[in-house]
Design a protein around this ligand. Structure first.
Ligand code: ZN
Length: 377
């Protein structure tokens, strides 16, 4: 296949698909409308095995039967709440819209390639699965990818997730645990009941303990913690009866992550005696790379992704660790990389944008990678 001709011929179509997807709101857990649209798009292309699963993933396969499956994903959810205005603005080569890049650009490019293959009878020699997956963002907790690996895990031997910008490839996973912590105390009038326990002061002590943690380090691993949101209390003359916060720790090393879990749990346990009740809820759980990872294959697919991405973008690629859909296969020891098939900026802000022409570049990257994995190059 001449990739240049292929991408030129599909450019208008990919731009149109991108626009139509962008204006369908799809916050994590509410991807229904996008999923429906994508299912129809695939069915119209003649892909009869396409379906929507219980996690709101849209799944289809192409290629000859094989025991092992190569998985390609792009996520359908965005970080933007349902009521966010989705104005699609094109200014020269820049398209602005919340979610335009992360990850709607990648999704449009991948779907366009799948449709082209189906309509032109291009049959990979190995089973290839394509998923428009749900719940990659925030507290979606990777629900979509978890479901795919629950259903097909032992057959998937590699995964490529299109979810990055042109200069970056992620092949290492940062795991994290996120907690909502609420302290409940007697409270009372600030003068009349002075001496009663104060929920804000309890949280302050917990936060102080967290910020006294010496983070573990193994090799060149990185481990962090953060308290991101705190709220509580009633008025300036009330001893706070309730206060809560959201906090997290992250690490790219499975042993460091376990050590942080211990440290946080000890801090919470010690704080129980400071209040009537300390409610601790795990609201986010992303695993990191298992020690049983097949490092040879991971290196092989990383090199392949770097070669193809940098060839078409003319950008040097930096390897990075991140929190992506790859966390799930990585935690199971299955090689996975997140690479780019469009160029974006301002992600997770309402000023999010992509380079329109990068969709054309993305078509070449995606098709070359699929053809190579499918034994057709
Ligand atoms: Zn993303």
């Amino acid at each position: 296949m001449n990739l240049e001709e292929f991408s030129n011929s599909l450019f208008d179509e990919v731009c149109l698909l991108h626009k139509e997807l962008c204006v369908i709101p799809a916050p994590s857990h509410f991807e229904d409308k996008r999923a429906e649209y994508i299912l129809n798009y695939l069915k119209d292309a003649g892909i009869n095995n396409a379906y929507i699963d219980k996690a709101k993933n849209v799944v289809c396969t192409l290629g000859e039967e094989s025991e092992k499956i190569a998985l390609f994903e792009a996520h359908s959810d965005t970080v933007f709440p349902m009521e966010t205005p989705l104005n699609y603005i094109v200014e020269d080569d820049i398209i602005k819209c919340p979610g335009a890049g992360d990850d709607t650009g990648s999704l449009a490019v991948m779907l366009c390639c799948v449709k082209y293959m189906a309509q032109n009878n291009i049959v990979p020699k190995k089973k290839i699965m394509f998923v428009a997956n749900s719940c990659e963002e925030g507290l979606g907790n990777l629900k979509g990818t978890r479901k795919i690996f629950k259903d097909y895990g032992n057959r998937i031997d590699r995964m490529y997730s299109f979810d990055s910008s042109f200069k970056k490839i992620v092949n290492k996973s940062v795991g994290s645990h996120r907690y909502e912590v609420t302290a409940i105390t007697e409270g009372g009038h600030s003068f009349g009941m002075f001496g009663n326990r104060n929920a804000i002061s309890v949280l302050a002590r917990i936060i102080n303990d967290i910020y006294s943690i010496e983070v573990p380090k193994i090799g060149n691993s990185k481990t962090t913690y953060n308290v991101g949101i705190i709220s509580g209390g009633t008025s300036v003359n009330t001893i706070a009866q309730s206060a809560s916060m959201l906090c997290e720790y992250r690490s790219d090393n499975v042993d460091c992550l376990a050590e942080m879990k211990n440290k946080f749990e000890n801090i919470f346990k010690n704080a129980e005696q400071l209040c009537i009740e300390l409610k601790v809820e795990l609201v986010g759980d992303r695993p990191c790379m298992s020690n049983s990872m097949d490092m040879d294959t991971l290196e092989k697919i990383t090199k392949k992704a770097i070669r193809i991405q940098s060839k078409h973008t003319n950008c040097a690629v930096e390897l990075d660790s991140g929190s992506t859909d790859c966390n799930i296969p990585h935690s199971l020891g299955i090689p996975a990389v997140a690479l780019s098939n469009c160029n974006w900026g301002g992600i997770h802000t309402t000023g999010e944008w992509i380079e329109k022409s990068s969709l054309k570049t993305g078509l070449k990257i995606t098709m070359e990678l699929i053809l190579e994995e499918g034994g057709l190059l």
